[in-house]
Design a protein. Structure first.
Length: 259
């Protein structure tokens, strides 16, 4: 109802403006039409992005069922769907071809899923890890060098949001506004569920205790802590967006990322 009221009010304003000034009125009408078209495109983009996120979640469940019940047919269907998900990625074409060539030689469900992880998902893990490293460096640098009280907090917030979106693009394609909100909520829920938000003093001591920068400067120490939190957010985003659970490939560790 609200959208209809706003649309009618805008159209009435355009009609009255056309009656007063022909060119100005039609210019406003054209701008109004372009805005409506942009909104429609954004809605379809969000619907498509939400569908891709759901497909990734379904693939993860299908792969888990194929491994649990040792179902090679389900594993092959899941592997084919994973290959189809990334068929438009030029950097994965050789990996997808190698994976398809191995399908006839694999008979166990877990072996088929594991081969998908090694050939197709592992390169994506490397890209996602590089994104996390880049974001952690940016957050640590901003925290250490920006003297303003809230500026570093806001910068870290937006860098983390961008990190989650970038990881989602790596695994599931570009998202929209509502899909990004759903993804952010899923990542935060994963962090809370796994207890990754809480970082104890013992853990901090193990990671930062030998750091010379942390001893010399309080701001550098805070930057390293914020970088560690960013790395944990990125790792949670991988867990949410990755279409397969970690089996053959090592799970990213915050200490290794921070090194």
């Amino acid at each position: 109802c609200v959208v209809s009221y706003i649309s009618l009010a805008a159209w009435d304003f355009a009609a009255n403006l056309i009656a007063r000034n022909f060119w100005l009125g039609w210019g406003f009408a054209a701008l109004l039409g372009a805005t409506g078209l942009a909104v429609i495109i954004a809605v379809f983009k969000d619907v498509f992005a939400l569908r891709r996120l759901k497909n990734v979640s379904d693939l993860k469940q299908s792969a888990a069922d194929a491994i649990t019940y040792s179902d090679p047919d389900l594993a092959r269907r899941t592997a084919s769907q994973i290959a189809a998900l990334y068929r438009s990625r030029p950097d994965l074409q050789d990996a997808i071809t190698a994976h398809k060539a191995m399908q006839s030689e694999l008979v166990d469900g877990f072996a088929i899923v594991d081969d998908s992880e090694r050939n197709i998902i592992a390169p994506l893990d490397a890209q996602a890890t590089r994104e996390i490293e880049r974001a952690a460096r940016q957050v640590a640098t901003v925290t250490a060098l920006v003297p303003l009280a809230m500026a570093d907090v806001m910068a870290a917030f937006f860098i983390n949001i961008r990190l989650i979106r970038n990881i989602a693009e790596i695994y599931a394609g570009r998202g929209g506004l509502f899909s990004s909100w759903r993804l952010l909520r899923s990542v935060m829920s994963h962090l809370i569920t796994t207890g990754a938000v809480a970082i104890g003093d013992d853990w901090l001591g193990q990671v930062f205790g030998s750091s010379l920068l942390a001893k010399l400067s309080r701001r550098f120490g805070e930057g390293m802590i914020n970088g560690a939190l960013t790395a944990r957010v990125g790792r949670a985003a991988i867990e949410v967006c990755r279409p397969l659970e970690f089996r053959t490939e090592p799970r990213p560790k915050v200490t290794q990322i921070l090194q």
